[in-house]
Write a protein that binds this ligand. Sequence first.
Ligand code: ATP
Ligand code: MG
Length: 524
Amino acid sequence: MTNTVPSTVDTAVAYWLARYGAADADAAHLLVDRHDPTAAAFISVALDEAGALVTTPITYGELADDSRRLATALAGLGVGTGTRVGVLMGKRAELVVTLLALARLGAVYIPLFTAFATPAIEMRLRGGGASIVVTETGQADKLTPIDGLTTIVAGDTGVLGFDTLVAGSEPLAESVAVGGDGHLILLFTSGTTGTPKGVPVPMRALASFRTYMRYGLDVRDDDVFWNAADPGWAYGLYYGILGPLVIGRPNILLQAGFSPEITAKVFAELGVTNFAAAPTVYRSLSKTPAVDGFGLRRASSAGEPLTPDVIGWARTALGTEVRDHYGQTEHGMFINNHWADELRAPLIPGSMGWPMPGFATGIVREQIAIDVPASPAFWFPGYLDAPEKTAARYTDDGRWYLTGDTGRVDEDGNFYFSARDDDVIIMAGYRIGPFDVESVLITHPSVIDVAVVGRPDELRGEVLEAFVVLAEGLTGDDALETELQQLVKTGFAAHAYPRTVHFVESLPKTPSGKIQRFLLRRRE
Ligand code: ATP
Ligand code: MG
């Protein structure tokens, strides 16, 4: 069986590419104004003091009106076409209103994750040349140490209080149409491999976001859709905020931290049918019976490799398989185990699937790569102020974009992730991906988290070293080290066992939860 795309899909994608890429494309129209003002754009869910869920729809009408008024206020503060503005807020209506107000002005939204401390915020604001930040009361203190900022605060009643500005401003009459190449967002990558890189997101990217919502996630009109990812990062912003606005189907915005119990409550009370989240979410759900027996129609995972234990768990616990999807901040999701009937194929163990319509992919220099001339949906415009980093992403002839992730493709065109290029361990000539070894170690009942890196070795080039976090109350010893080494020898490969196992309290991770192996390699 080979994976071919039916032409009706091609027609839809071509239509979206033309629409969102047009020279006069207008973000405010496409994201909000064209939708029924009485329809729910999002479902806001908060917990009251007794722990009960309080559900409030956010309508397109409210978003349209509030964003027109905020746009007028922002224009009064000097925001215009191309001005970059930081947004430091959790999942609330004001975040969407700000995004849309900026879109009306042709201005650019810089997402700031609410778990960031001041230096991470400052780096992004300075990098983007932003001097205005829209924030909320619980976050505003982190901005005080940064000089020269104007801050608008949601939940504050002062002069620059969000509600005061909205209530005191007339609706902006005309929105600016920035067109397909105009920038909507400036989003920094996760910083898993080093300093985060700034990625400008043009209007035309909405075509690929729509394609993923429709074919990757298969969000239908009768679905209750919940993308639990945070809008401070690509997956949560592209497919939890922009994607839902583009297709006109609401996402759930949960104003509470993650826990399996709250997740179970939202599943049951809102009747979620279509769920998307990072592998860590599925992994922690799988460690408790909280959501067992809840039947979902669709479940999707992205951002990191999906470990096989989760796939096995989900089939029985969630009543559906979890499908692995692959992408990057630089162009969103583009290799998926697509859910839509038109594109669905049976899951192949270990595969992330095959290219999304609009993208052609291959393996070049062992890396997963995008064939740029053959990919009309490709939209990455290059990193902000980093031409050398941008150039390093392409082959010399400019044809291929190199993801920096190694992988392979089988004869039917299914892609497999093996490792980030920097993380590949070369031991005595063998190339070993840390993920393969980690997948085996995590199956040990005492292990709750694990990372494997290469350590320089005179004889073999590199040898493997494992960093293991044990379940609460357990301590590591030589016997457990030997047991874990044995597990890898029998469960994966005799040569690829870790020479050393370090038992640690926690692993270095990005704020979005990705393991930063480069910091473990640097450890003396
Ligand atoms: P930085 O580029 O700053 O080091 P980052 O690459 O982690 O950070 P993102 O753009 O958020 O920043 O993440 C994209 C990367 O996440 C991919 O290049 C890949 O390494 C990993 N990834 C995403 N989805 C998957 C998946 N389904 N399976 C395996 N890896 C994935
Ligand atoms: Mg990256």
